[in-house]
Design a protein around this ligand. Sequence first.
Ligand code: ATP
Length: 236
Amino acid sequence: MSLLNVTGLCAGYGPARVLHGLDLTVEAGEIVVILGANGAGKTTTMRALSGLIPHTGAITLDGRPLDALSAPQIVAAGISLVPQGRGTFSHLSVLDNLRVGAALRKDTAAIAADIDKWCAIFPILAKRAGQEAGTLSGGEQQMLAVARALMSRPRLLLCDEPSLGLAPKIVGELFDVLADVNREQGTALLLVEQNADLALRLASRVYLLEVGRVIAEGDAERFRGDESIRRAYLGL
Ligand code: ATP
C-alpha cells in the first residue's frame, strides 16, 4: 500500500474546474516531484491534498481516507504543507511560528527538543527567535516555513515551490536540508518545483501536469537522461 494514494482528484475554484481527475501515489520515504507549466494546477493539487479547498475523488494516507477531514485533521493525520510564497505568520515571532507548527502535539518535552533541533539546523532561526517572522528575509522565511511544517512531524511533507525567489546558495542549503530530513527521518516529500533540474536531482519519481491532468510519469532518472523528454516537457 502506498503512503499517499490519490485517485480521480478533481478540484477548482467555484465554477472553474482546475484538476480533472488526477491519479498519483507517494510511497513511504519517497521523494516525488510534480512538474508543469504555470497554471497547470500544481498549487491547486497541494491545496486539495491539504484540505484547504474542496475536492472530489479519493485521497488516502496509509489506506485511511482523508476526504472528510478538515485541514487541521489532515495535519494530525500526517500531512503538512509548506505553502507557496512562505506563508509564515508575519506578526508572530519566529519561535511562536515554530510553536504553532506543533499546535496539535502534546509531547511538550519533545516539542522543545524539536525547536532546538531546527534552530541548530537553521542557526538564523535561533538568532532571530524573538523577532517577528515578517521582518526576516525571503530565504529566512522559507527556512522558517519548512521548519514550521516539520514541527508537526509529518509522514508526508508537501512543498510548493520552495526555491521561488531565493538566491541559488540559499536554495542549495534548503534542498540539502530537505534531502537530510528525508534520509534521516524517513519523511516522504511531494514537491512542486519550477526548477526542473534541481527537482530532478532530489526526486526519485516525477509527475508531469498539463491543464489539470497527469500527462507523463516515471523515474526521475529517465527524465534527467532523456533529451527528447527534457525538450518536449521541461523546456530544458
Ligand atoms: P504556477 O506555477 O503559476 O503557480 P500552478 O500549476 O501552481 O501554477 P495553480 O496555481 O494550481 O497552477 O492554478 C491553476 C489554475 O487555477 C490557474 O488557471 C489559476 O488562474 C487558477 N486559480 C488559482 N487560484 C485561484 C483562485 N483562488 N481562484 C480562482 N482561480 C484560481
